[in-house]
Design a protein around this ligand. Structure first.
Ligand code: HEC
Length: 179
C-alpha cells in the first residue's frame, strides 16, 4: 500500500503537467513568444510589396533593407527576422526571430485564400503545411542549398514546379486584392 501513494501523486502531477501544456498549445505555442505576430491583415496585394527579379518581398519589422540585401546577394545569406517572401498571391514564407523553429530555419509557411475582399489564412505552420496541389512546402524548400536559406528560385537545388515564369507573371498580375 505504501508504494501506491507516490505512484498516484506522480500521476496527478503528470496530468496537471499535461493540462498545462495542452492549454499552452492553443494559446502560445501556435504563435510562440519568440515569434512575430502574423495576421491575415499583414498580407497585401503583391504589387504593393517590393519586387526582386521574379518574386516579391517585404519586412514586417521594418527591416526591408536587410531583406533586400540578402535577396539581391549573389552568394545568398540568412534572411533577417520579419522577412516576407512571395512568388504567388496564395503562398508565403515569413521569417521569425532566431531560434523560433530551428528545423525550418525560423521560416513559417502560409497558404492563403485571397479575394477582392482581402486575405484569409487557410493553413500555417512549419514542417507540415501542404499546398492545394498536395505538395509539402518545407519538403521542397528544404532542398535549397544551405546558403540560400530555403529560397528555391531556379538552380538552388529544389524540385521544380510545373509552371513557367511567364505563367507565374500572369498569376501575379491576377492578384484579386490589387485595386
Ligand atoms: C514541388 C516543390 C514545392 C512545393 C511543394 C512548394 N514550393 Fe514554393 N517554390 C518551389 C520552387 C521550385 C520555387 C521557385 C520557382 C521559380 O522561381 O521559378 C518556389 C518559390 C516559392 C517562393 C518564392 C521564393 C523562392 O523560394 O523562390 C515562396 C515564398 C514559396 N515558394 C512558398 C511556398 C509555400 C508557402 C509552399 C506551401 C504552401 C510552397 N512554396 C510549396 C517549390 C515548391
Amino acid at each position: 500500500m505504501k508504494t501506491d501513494r507516490p505512484v498516484l501523486a506522480a500521476c496527478a502531477i503528470g496530468l496537471a503537467g499535461f493540462t498545462f501544456v495542452a492549454g499552452a498549445t492553443a494559446e502560445s505555442v501556435a504563435v510562440p513568444s519568440a515569434g512575430i505576430d502574423v495576421e491575415a491583415e499583414n498580407f497585401v496585394c503583391l504589387q504593393d510589396m517590393t519586387r526582386v527579379r521574379h518574386f516579391y518581398v517585404d519586412n514586417l519589422l521594418g527591416d526591408l533593407e536587410g531583406t533586400l540585401t540578402v535577396a539581391h546577394s549573389p552568394t545568398g545569406g540568412t534572411y533577417p527576422a520579419g522577412s516576407m517572401v512571395q512568388l504567388v498571391p496564395t503562398e508565403v514564407m515569413v521569417k521569425h526571430k532566431p531560434g523560433w523553429n530551428t528545423a525550418t530555419r525560423d521560416w513559417e509557411f502560409f497558404e492563403l485564400d485571397v479575394s477582392e475582399a482581402g486575405t484569409s489564412i487557410r493553413k500555417r505552420g512549419f514542417v507540415d503545411v501542404v499546398n492545394r496541389f498536395g505538395g509539402n512546402c518545407f519538403g521542397c524548400h528544404l532542398q535549397a542549398r544551405p546558403e540560400w536559406d530555403l529560397i528555391c528560385e531556379q538552380g538552388h537545388g529544389c524540385d521544380t514546379i510545373p509552371i513557367t515564369r511567364e505563367q507565374i507573371a500572369e498569376i501575379q498580375k491576377a492578384d484579386p486584392r490589387c485595386k
